[in-house]
Design a protein around this ligand. Sequence first.
Ligand code: GUN
Length: 305
Amino acid sequence: MTAQVIDGKAFSARVRAEVATHVARLKEEHGITPGLAVVLVGEDPASQVYVRSKGKQTVEAGMNSYEHKRDAAISHDELLALVEELNTDPAVHGILVQLPLPDHIDADLVINAINPDKDVDGFHVSNVGLLGTGQKSMVPCTPLGCLMMLRDHHGSLSGLEAVVVGRSNIVGKPMAQLLLGDSCTVTVAHSRTRDIEAVVRRADIVVAAVGRPEMVTGAWIKPGATVIDVGINRVPAPEKGTNDDGSVKTRLVGDCHYDSCAAVAGAITPVPGGVGPMTIACLLANTLTACCRANGLEAPEGLTA
Ligand code: GUN
C-alpha cells in the first residue's frame, strides 16, 4: 500500500481563506477587525522567523497584527506589565507570547497572566482545564490543526484507536484530550513506554510529536493507519553537499521515517508541508474565534474544536 498524502499546505490555505472570509464579514457587518498581538523576547533566530511569518499571514487574513519585541534582559515585571496592557487593550483579541522565553523568565507565570479569553495558544491553565473537561476553550494551534486534518480525512473519529507519541503540554497532552473529545480510544506513549512499537502498532491513528528525527518507522505502523507527523527536525544531509561556508547542508525530517511509514500507512502527512502550515492557520482561526466571542458572536463552526 502507498499512503494517501495529506496535503497540509493546501488544507491550511483553505483554512486561511475561510478565516479571511469571516474577517471580511465581521468588518462589513459589525465594523470589527480582529487583532493579534505577538510578544517576542530576545533574538532566537527560529522564533524571529515564526513571528515574521505569523505577522504576515495575520495581515493577509485581513486582521491587525501588533508585534512587541523586547530585549532578552527584560524583567519579569516589565513583561507582565506588557501582558496586562494587551489584556486591557480592546483592539487586541488574541495574545501570543512566543516561546521559548529566556531562562530568567518563568514562562508559566507569564502565560497564566494572559487573559484566558485572549489566550490564542490555549496554554493558560484555565484553557487546559476547560479542554480537559470538555468545555468551550481556546485550543492549542498545532493539535487543533491535526484534529482538523483527521476529521477531514476520516469524517467521524468515533471508536478509532489513537496513539499519541509524546506527552508535551503544547502538543501531546492537548492532542490526547481532543481525540478523546472525538470519542477515540486514546493512548499516550512516551520515552518510558514499554514495547512502544507494539503500542503504536495498535493504532488506527498515530500522532507523532516527540522531536526525535525519524523515530517511528514503517514497522511500527498498522497497515492502513493514518499517520500525523508533528515533528520538524533539521538533520545533516551530506548527500546535498556543502554550503559556501563549508558546513554540511541540512534537510527537514519528521518524527516518522517517511518512506517506510508511507509504504504501510493509509494516509500520512509529509514534512515539510503537513502539520507545519496548519499551526499558523489555526492561530488565525483562534484569533477570529476569540474576537467573535469577545463581541458576543458565535465563532464559525469548523474553525474550532
Ligand atoms: N514556540 C514554538 N511553538 C510555539 C507555539 O505554538 N506557541 C508559542 N507561543 N511559542 C511557540
